[in-house]
Design a protein around this ligand. Sequence first.
Ligand code: ADE
Ligand code: ZN
Length: 360
Amino acid sequence: MEAGMHKIVNDTHPSRDIILKMPKIEVHRHLEGTYPIKSLFKMAMKNNLDVPSDIDTFKKTFQFPKNHKPDFLLFLSKFKKFWYKSIDDVKYITLKSVEALADENIFYIELRFNPLHFTELTNLDPCEVTQAIIETGDSAAKKIGLHIRYILTFNRGIQTANEMIHTYKLLHNSDLSRVVGIDLAGDEINYPPELFTPFFDLVKKDGQFRIDIHAGEVTDTNNIWTSIDQLHADRIGHGVSAINDPKLQNVLKEKQIFLAQCITSNYQTGAWEDEPSHPMKDLVESGVPVTIASDDPTIQDSLLTDDYMKAIVNFNWNIDSIIQLNLKSFDSTFLTNQEKDKLKKEYLLSIESFKNKFRL
Ligand code: ADE
Ligand code: ZN
């Protein structure tokens, strides 16, 4: 059994095969943590990279080690930047990642990526990378019938606020019409949110994008408060520590600021001590806006489907609990109200055919 998962699946729960087919919504997913391992391996072999040449060892090397004690910095260290040799590599791995979303029936996704992740060890241009990812993602999504938008991630350990401002302005040379948000990710322990106020003041002033901040994942709620008060956060990545702060919970409810929580990721990073007692259940029950997401399936060796299963098994939820959570999750998205209403109707139709297919 996977470490952290202690409860036994019983017969009354829907099977993983059924949950795999359920239409899903996901607003917290990193492209760099989404690559299908087989495609990544293929690309690494093509590029003659110095990596294990058998796929099982390769997989073990680049994923969070099974049964390792939770470790935030080890988790973050698994995001390698040496994969890419050309813009075609970026397109290839984006295509394979978006195609894989169809395998678990993602209905709507806000896929985030950090353009600089792809350029740091290459001579690729961040605007070209941004354009390539969006065009490849859009064209794959269209073929599959998947709804997709993008979020640009800025990494707090890599750039100062001024450097982020520079990159942000530079990226406006690409077509950003499909981008709905700006995200702050990386090591919140050593790079707290207040360091980035000038950058998010600018994003807020521009008014073109919504703001999503990784905060309170492995820290107390100070980082969440600062993200709301100083970085203008519209949504919080993880925010696990909010469970200990009723005053903050009230603010999240009043302002309808969603916490995008990720059961598997939160265990591996040490954000929460185990999976069965994850605070999502209590937060949802007390009316705090929460959406369920996967974060980084490749690193974690688990899909969004597995996070749904963990919620069902550990919180004693059923399919309808997840459907209700997903319907509410439309309000966590960075779409316009009109887009939300349209997609919600479409989502309900796809849920209806899912239920009919499995006689649920
Ligand atoms: N980047 C990718 N996954 C992350 C996480 N869980 N926390 C912070 N930054 C990340
Ligand atoms: Zn994340």
